[in-house]
Ligand binder design. Sequence first.
Ligand code: ATR
Length: 268
Amino acid sequence: MHNAAFAHLGIDATYEAWDVAPERLAEALERLRQDDMLGANVTVPHKTAVMDGLDRLTDRAQAVGAVNLIVRDGNELVGDNQDTEGFLQALEVEGVTPAGKRVALLGAGGAARAIGWALVHAGCRELRIWNRTAARAEELASSLRVDARDTIIVSASQLDDLRDSDLWIQTTTLGMRKGGQDPDTSPVPGDGWRSLLGDAIDPVAVDIVYRPLRTPFLRSATSAGMQTINGSGMLLYQGAAAFEAWTGKTAPVDVMRKALHDALEDES
Ligand code: ATR
């Protein structure tokens, strides 16, 4: 989507995928400091770890505690977070409003951190955070409580503690395609929805995974009669914001959306 946008606006730049092992993160950041670099996106598993290697953080990245966007400003690398806005816009275009909702957040990594922050600022009624490693869920809950205003934030030690949630958000890597294979996994067992939904109102399932677009989590949610939102919207809107931060130009969102959908559908 970025290369389509560069071509559309006649900008002489390319977007490349770098596969960076955790122990080579510092080396990747050094490459980003070169004069011909505009910046980068940061994804799993580096969104939190990358912060230590940057020169500055925006207020938002600082508040969220995770970075998904780096902009090179002269010799400095500046960390920002556009996952928050990208996530909220993806919900908005599907007519879903977090305000007043009971929300189940599955996962407690860097993406969950940005989404949790966005949900609290959007005024959700209750945020319940579940994670495979329970201590990380509690750590995220306590850091979000710091400026939570009216939202009740709890960490859930088991899936059953998420019962009756209206909005279910899957931020773990489960269901993500690896090495060309679709792992048939989801944090919610396929037959688990019936008991978990309880008295949920118009329940919605959101997955931030976009490879594949139809994850096991979303497939089982569809079977349970829920509205579903896949990961392509959040990817698109954080991408448009990143494009604007790197180039200073308005992102051609329709061009980016088409390129993104063509690429993801090719893979499905
Ligand atoms: P990022 O910062 O980019 O979001 P991350 O911090 O590695 O990446 O987060 C990945 C998330 O996927 C975490 O919630 C992780 O759970 P743990 O905190 O227990 O590691 C979750 N995750 C990864 N593999 C998982 C698995 N096999 N089962 C359940 N959750 C998993």
